[in-house]
Ligand binder design. Structure first.
Ligand code: 3HC
Length: 283
């Protein structure tokens, strides 16, 4: 499959990362978000990240300008009609994702592929909202998408093998990512292993076992992790952490997968991590 125009729905922290990765790889991107404010926040995030890449010597000025020139924004989902592949990176709300997929199904060409970047919702629950579940798969990127090398490509019971191959081929050959193919199970591979670990760190902090700084330093210095688990929760977003933990708990029913009470309280309090300015740390 040749992607001459990639659609991305949602220019939040994951969506803007995916947009930037594709634009740097030479792909024209049409990104849709709900209003001018969301679009300008997404565009600013991308500009800052492209500038940071230049400052780090990862990109020259010309490549940054070319990448920026490949990105266009719209508020109208119908404008995505020409896209061969659309990656949805909207908030983790099932009904919202379903309505986006139903609307995309109306406007996209019959051969187009619809992918969701969901971290916690079963892909089939979204796919069945379309008249083409065989052309729907998961493409799960990791935060920060510009730096993390993995994409999980998720096949549902209904995804056609050639759609999985096309999505994986695009992620690998065009975006330069390492692809892991996996089944449509809560948490896929990474979150099924990572989220329980992060919840254990939250529970340990809640129990007063050690300070946040000590828990994080322990895993950085004692286990070689690039960042500590509580700092990573703040990076991922505590709302996304909660949704992921709930999804794992709902799927497998194990007590140890239940989100710790502190995680629920922090989300209720609007302490979502970096994006809200406060989480386990202040930003
Ligand atoms: N553009 C391009 N490259 C960039 C960049 C940017 N905007 N920002 C950073 N980089 C590059 C740097 O140049 C550097 O590359 P190098 O190793 O080749 O020199 C590399 O990224 C690391 O950058 P830094 O050295 O400045 O930063 P750190 O060493 O502090 O690393 C981090 C930051 C990459 C976030 C690292 O701490 C890390 O890997 N943390 C773990 C992140 C993680 O686990 N993410 C997955 C979360 S789970 C998820 O997302 C799933 C969801 O569903 C919940």
């Amino acid at each position: 499959m040749t992607v001459t125009l990639l659609g991305v729905v949602g220019a939040g922290s994951m969506g803007s990362g995916i947009i930037e990765v594709a634009a740097k790889a030479g792909v024209a991107v049409l990104a849709r978000d709900i209003d001018a404010a969301a679009i300008s926040a997404g565009a600013r995030r991308i500009d800052e990240s492209l500038d940071a890449a230049v400052q780090r010597g990862k990109l020259d000025d010309r490549a940054r300008d070319l990448a920026r020139g490949r990105i266009e924004f719209t508020t109208d989902l119908a404008d995505l009609a020409r896209c061969e592949l659309v990656i949805e990176a909207a908030p983790e709300l099932l009904e919202l994702k379903r309505s986006i997929f139903a609307a995309l199904d109306e406007v996209l060409g019959p051969d187009a592929i619809l992918a969701t970047n969901t971290s916690s919702i079963p892909v089939i629950d979204i796919a069945m909202e379309t008249g083409r579940p065989e052309r729907v798969c998961g493409m799960h990127f990791f935060n920060p998408a510009t730096v993390m090398k993995l994409v999980e490509v998720v096949a549902t019971q209904r995804t056609a093998p050639e759609v999985v191959d096309a999505a994986a081929g695009f992620a690998e050959e065009v975006l330069g990512k390492r692809v892991v193919r996996c089944k449509d199970r809560a948490g896929f591979v990474v979150n099924a292993l990572l989220v329980p670990f992060l919840c254990q760190a939250i529970a340990m902090f809640e129990a007063g076992h050690a300070t946040a700084e000590d828990i994080d330093d322990a895993m950085k210095l004692g286990a070689g992790h690039p960042m500590g688990p509580l700092a990573l929760c703040d990076l991922i977003g505590l709302d996304i952490m909660l949704w992921s933990a709930e999804s794992l708990h709902a799927e497998y029913g194990e007590r140890f997968l239940a989100p710790p009470p502190l995680l629920r309280r922090m989300v209720a309090a609007g302490q979502l991590g970096r994006k809200s300015g406060t989480g386990f740390y202040d930003y």
